[in-house]
Design a protein around this ligand. Structure first.
Ligand code: BTN
Length: 248
């Protein structure tokens, strides 16, 4: 199966603004660093392999060469929008892309993980600088079980391990970019309110036993400002950032 993310393979599949210009390297430190912040909104950087892939909270992000979608997109959000919400905007676009490809339900674990069957198959990272945001997305596509990280906070999966199907990455990437563009445009105009039905319907932590800073509680819901409402010791609290674990 031909499975390339070269410009010759991906550019003919692009259907919107996102993905132009399309910058590709077989190997890079991190696509987050490869994006040219002057290249205009929708510019994209893609690699087949990252030697210093970045995850949230200072963690790394690893994938064997050629097995994942590793993409960063340059965004220029209006000043009135809250940048952290972009993780959820990206998460929604990724979840929709995975659902369209697999027919399986994908869920968003606040604030940036995308899960299928309780396995994390994708993560989103929003990094702001110089008035722009680089939104990085990693989707595990064709790793075999033994190629996935074992020490991840949330057990990792790939599309291959969840349904056994080998997929080409280029059509998935093109679909992701068009869905991201649509979600982003809605968010630009209307904030998370405009995407709330899609996010709320996929809210993994809703109604789950969760842990915040070691304290056990209940996940209530992601709210319309991108915060996670939880109940701890019988009291409602809004978590703005950080990490929430769940009972396995
Ligand atoms: C997370 O779940 O912690 C976020 C992971 C984000 C990984 C992607 S892969 C493409 C882009 N380049 C990086 O170095 N990180 C993001």
């Amino acid at each position: 199966m031909a499975d390339a993310l070269t410009p010759e393979t991906v550019e003919p599949l692009l259907r919107g603004r996102f993905g132009r210009p399309y910058s590709y390297q077989k190997r890079c430190d991190s696509t987050q660093l490869l994006v040219d912040r002057q290249a205009g909104e929708g510019a994209v950087a893609v690699c087949d392999e990252q030697t210093a892939g970045r995850g949230r909270l200072g963690r790394g992000w690893t994938a064997p060469p050629g097995t994942a979608i590793l993409v960063s997109v340059l965004l220029e959000p209006p000043g009135e929008r809250a940048v952290p919400e972009l993780s959820l905007v990206g998460g929604l676009a990724v979840a929709e892309t995975i659902e369209a490809a697999t027919g399986l339900a994908a869920q968003i674990k606040w604030p940036n993980d995308v899960l299928v069957n309780r396995r994390k198959v994708a993560g989103v990272l929003a990094e702001a600088a110089e008035g722009t945001v680089v939104l990085g997305v990693g989707v595990n596509v064709s790793q075999r079980r033994e190629q996935l990280p074992e020490d991840a906070k949330v057990q990792a999966g790939s599309l291959l391990t969840v349904d056994g199907v080998r997929r080409e990455r280029a059509p998935l990437l093109a679909d992701l970019l068009v869905r991201l563009e649509r979600a982003y445009d809605l968010w630009r105009e209307g904030g998370l309110d405009a995407l709330y039905a899609g996010i709320g319907a996929r809210d993994f932590l809703r109604g789950r036993r969760i842990f915040v800073d070691g304290e056990q509680g209940l996940g209530i819901a992601v709210d319309r400002r991108g915060r996670l409402e939880v109940e701890l010791a019988g009291r409602r609290r809004l978590v703005e950032s950080g990490e929430v674990d769940f009972e396995r």
